[in-house]
Design a protein. Structure first.
Length: 392
């Protein structure tokens, strides 16, 4: 084929094969009837006025408005976090005037923020025109991980400023989005990632370290490591999980594997007692000698081919009978679908690689990598932590 013919072929429209339309069953027909009702303004007026349906109609109306106002809600939380309101109000409730003095806001601005935070149950009104912590805001007191996540989300909002443009652009795996630039390994090739300088990994490494403690606690609460002799944390970052492991299981020897620049940061945090091995799990073999390997928030950052390559490298590093633990947010978890399917779905799309997977999808990849069996381990908060255990 000549150069001209190749150019014409590249510009030719792509043929899209549309599958044959399936014959609708009774459930499809019922849902189609329901959809027509939901789309009918007359039905909305009737449902909102009829006593038996009014509460449902009003609740769904509020839910729809919550979707429209979600950004305002999250920015209210950000303002409270940046002003350190939760720590300020932890000892005792304070008046608006006192809060204004402590935060440097005017009384009018303080009232707007405090009323918004009360509506979101971040704060609540107390006696004597004072304000204290609300049921949602209370857990944020001193919670470094959540505060870091709240701040970090500003990067995602930049990429979602025009969501249609993001979706049409596709997960390019380059530096065209804010999140891809934030995670330099996402936009660089496998070979280039190993040569990233320390200053390029500092921001994301610090964020990962600050948000990992709740996840580490979940893993250690859900799985007994006393049966193991040595643990290798692949992509272990600055060693937060290994530090937590040492507190509960000091008898388990520890190894950490990550990019060279990240390992420098881990060495400063962990000190002696941990074997730190710099490298790149896309290139070359993983260190051997461990009977349990952890992949904590690793696979969801990669496409299926890369994830399978990582799992095969882990399998090669483990002895027969060795154990793999995969810990990350799962897609399709009943009750918390918004985390895996909505938040991580779009977050990783903006990052340019990876996706949240269901437990079944992860188990299929694990089986393809040569593991004999795998199972889901129940965790206290599946919102943040899904856990799979596999045997080599």
């Amino acid at each position: 084929m000549s150069a001209v013919e190749e150019e014409r072929a590249l510009r030719a429209p792509t043929t899209v094969v549309v599958p044959a339309r399936p014959v609708p069953g009774w459930r499809d027909r019922m849902l189609a009837w329901r959809d027509r009702l939901y789309a009918s303004p007359a039905f909305h007026r009737w449902a909102g006025a009829f006593p038996l349906t009014a509460a449902i109609a009003h609740r769904r109306s509020r839910a729809l408005f919550d979707l429209c106002a979600g950004f305002v809600y999250s920015q209210t939380l950000l303002a409270c976090t940046r002003l350190d309101l939760f720590r300020l109000l932890a000892p005792e409730p304070l008046s608006l005037a006192r809060i204004a003095v402590e935060t440097g806001l005017t009384v009018e601005a303080t009232e707007r923020l405090v009323r918004a935070a009360c509506a979101l149950r971040l704060l609540e009104r107390r006696s004597g025109d004072r304000y204290g912590l609300g049921s949602v805001g209370g857990p944020l007191v001193g919670n470094v991980a959540l505060a870091a996540l709240v701040e970090h989300n500003q990067l995602l909002y930049e990429d979602l400023r025009d969501p249609v443009a993001l979706l049409r652009g596709g997960p390019r795996g380059d530096a065209s989005t804010v999140l891809a630039r934030y995670y330099p390994y996402a936009a660089s090739g496998a070979a280039a990632a190993a040569t990233l300088p320390p200053e390029r990994v500092a921001a994301y490494s610090a964020t990962m370290a600050s948000t990992l403690p709740p996840l580490a606690t979940e893993i250690l609460d859900a799985y007994d490591f006393s049966r193991h002799r040595a643990l290798l944390d692949v992509g272990g970052g600055e060693g937060v999980f290994l530090a937590s492991l040492a507190e509960r299981y000091p008898q388990v020897s520890r190894m950490l594997f990550d990019l060279p620049a990240v390992c420098e940061r881990a060495a400063r945090r962990l000190g002696a007692g941990v074997r730190i091995v710099p490298g790149n799990f896309h290139i070359g073999a993983l260190p051997t000698g461990a009977d349990v390997v952890t992949l904590i928030r690793i696979l969801l950052d990669h496409d299926d081919a890369s994830a399978l390559g990582i799992l095969r490298a882990v399998r090669a590093a483990l002895p027969t009978g060795g154990t793999l633990l995969v810990a990350e947010a799962f897609a399709g978890v009943s009750g918390v679908e918004r985390v895996g399917d909505t938040y991580f779905g779009l977050y990783l799309y903006a990052m340019g690689r990876g996706r949240a997977r269901t437990a079944a999808e992860l188990r299929d990849l694990i089986a393809q990598a040569g593991f004999a069996s795998s199972r889901v381990v129940r965790t206290t908060y599946p919102l943040q932590t899904g856990l799979l255990v596999a045997r080599a």
